[in-house]
Ligand binder design. Structure first.
Ligand code: HEM
Length: 218
């Protein structure tokens, strides 16, 4: 059988020759590196550094997401009033009640926001759910928790400690017929969602010292 001849013009065969040269150079270069484990380690380190540089460049080019902090609330809530703060409102604020206290858990939207694993607690009293470690047990109406045993209540108190550490205390969860506390002597920062319900109750800014004071009271 006749040998296959290169019918392409001279430039093509020249390219082929240079391709062959560079692949020979590359394979001898790789063979040289592979000879010594020290070289292999160095190549590994270089590759890691290049990867880190590229990764940090990609990261820094990503737009920085602005974290909008909502003005602090300080007011008491009935179970009905609490419902609209489930993260679907205009300012996406999320409130959760626990053992008679209401907390602003908006910063924990990854837990309680719409579609999040614990969204069922948003705008509701989570006490029974956390006491019994079930997501289905919480009630829509006021729950006095009187049937919970001491173990379940101590679990609620542990969660309460965690919430006090992590989230802003907002006010009390009102029992049916209970009169809300008037916190009007404090400066009102005005929340977008709050202004809609301003006529319901007074609500004002609280500061960290008050939150601490509340946790100490408890
Ligand atoms: C297989 C079951 C479960 C697993 C593996 C699990 C795991 C987790 C993990 C990894 C976190 C994040 C912790 C953090 O980053 O601080 C978390 C948070 C949380 N879990 Fe669960 N969980 C489970 C069941 C439950 C149940 C049944 C409840 C309640 C009834 C619950 C309530 C919560 C709450 C409220 C948070 C958020 C706490 C916060 O606001 O910081 N979990 N869980």
């Amino acid at each position: 059988m006749a040998e296959k001849s290169d019918s392409s013009p001279g430039s093509t065969s020249a390219t082929g020759a240079s391709d062959q040269q560079s692949s020979e150079f590359l394979s001898s270069f790789i063979a040289e590196i592979a000879k010594s484990p020290v070289n292999l380690v160095l190549v590994g380190i270089i590759a890691l550094l290049v990867y880190k540089i590229v990764k940090s460049k990609i990261k820094s080019e990503e737009p920085v997401q602005e974290v909008k902090r909502l003005p602090k609330l300080h007011r008491d809530f009935t179970i009905e009033e609490l419902k609209k703060y489930d993260g679907t409102g205009p300012d996406k604020r999320i409130l959760v009640a626990l053992n008679g206290s209401v907390y602003d858990v908006t910063t924990g939207a990854a837990f309680y926001g719409p579609g999040a694993p614990y969204a069922v607690f948003a705008g509701r009293d989570a006490s029974r759910g956390l006491a019994t470690f079930t997501l289905e047990s919480i009630k829509d109406e006021y729950d006095d928790l009187s049937d919970l045993d001491s173990e379940q209540m101590s679990s609620v108190k542990e969660w309460e400690l965690q919430f006090n550490e992590k989230y802003d205390y907002v006010g009390k969860l009102l029992k049916p017929g209970e009169v809300p506390t008037n916190y009007s002597d404090e400066e009102d920062e005005g929340s977008q969602q709050e202004t809609e319900t301003k006529s319901d109750q007074q609500h004002t800014k609280t500061d960290d010292s008050e939150v601490e004071a509340k946790s100490k009271d408890d």
